[in-house]
Write a protein that binds this ligand. Structure first.
Ligand code: ZN
Length: 203
């Protein structure tokens, strides 16, 4: 049995506050392609519920790269109309995921015509690092920290310790062109020896 969409709205579990960055979420309809909404004021739609997404008329869409690719394909084929999207697209990249590739970034930009921001999520609604308007790396979120162990970015924060990200990159401390200080992750790529990648390579 399918639950009505509104039953799957995000329910707050206390700190840390699980808000999407960069947008004032209270006045925007935000659709997340996921089983459950991971952020405040966000509506979840399962992959494949494309016509429901269209009916929702979101101004922001969020989801993992493969789901956003599917969504963009439906728009390009005129299966659905998402001209309502006028604020941002958030690509949610998690531990073990490949970072957003340039080709898909361009597709999303051309399809929706809004800024595309990649967010690194270390768990449900936990944004550990995120792109800013200048797209020069990922700003490390307050309460999050990264280190490099054997070439791999390791995450600590939000009550979690030594979480393998499956990513490589540099930790940059110089201020960003956007004016924000603090650490940024640069040149983030998938780590060659991550277990998930090894499995994929031998499949
Ligand atoms: Zn910045």
């Amino acid at each position: 049995m399918r639950l009505p969409v509104n039953v799957r709205r995000f329910r707050s579990h206390g700190s840390p506050r699980r808000k999407l960055p960069l947008v004032a979420t209270t006045n925007l309809r935000i659709a997340q392609i996921a089983e459950n909404a991971d952020f405040e004021s966000v509506q979840a739609f399962r992959p494949g519920e494309w016509s429901r997404v269209e009916a929702f008329r979101p101004r922001v869409v969020a989801g993992p790269a493969p789901s956003l690719r599917e969504l963009a394909e439906r728009v390009e084929l005129n299966v659905i109309d998402l001209s309502s999207v006028d604020h941002a697209v958030f690509v949610l990249t998690g531990c073990g995921d490949a970072p957003l590739q340039d080709v898909l970034r361009v597709v999303l930009w051309q399809t929706f015509g809004v800024p595309v921001y990649e967010l690194f999520v270390a768990g449900r609604g936990l944004v550990a690092a995120s792109e800013c308007e200048t797209h020069e790396g990922w700003h490390v979120s307050p309460g999050a920290a990264f280190s490099i162990v054997s070439g791999e970015l390791i995450f600590d924060g939000f009550g979690r310790k030594s979480v393998r990200t499956g990513l490589t990159g540099w930790i940059e401390q110089t201020p960003c062109a956007c004016g924000r200080e603090g650490a940024r992750l640069l040149d983030v790529e998938q780590h060659e020896t991550h277990p998930a990648r090894r499995l994929a390579a031998t499949a």
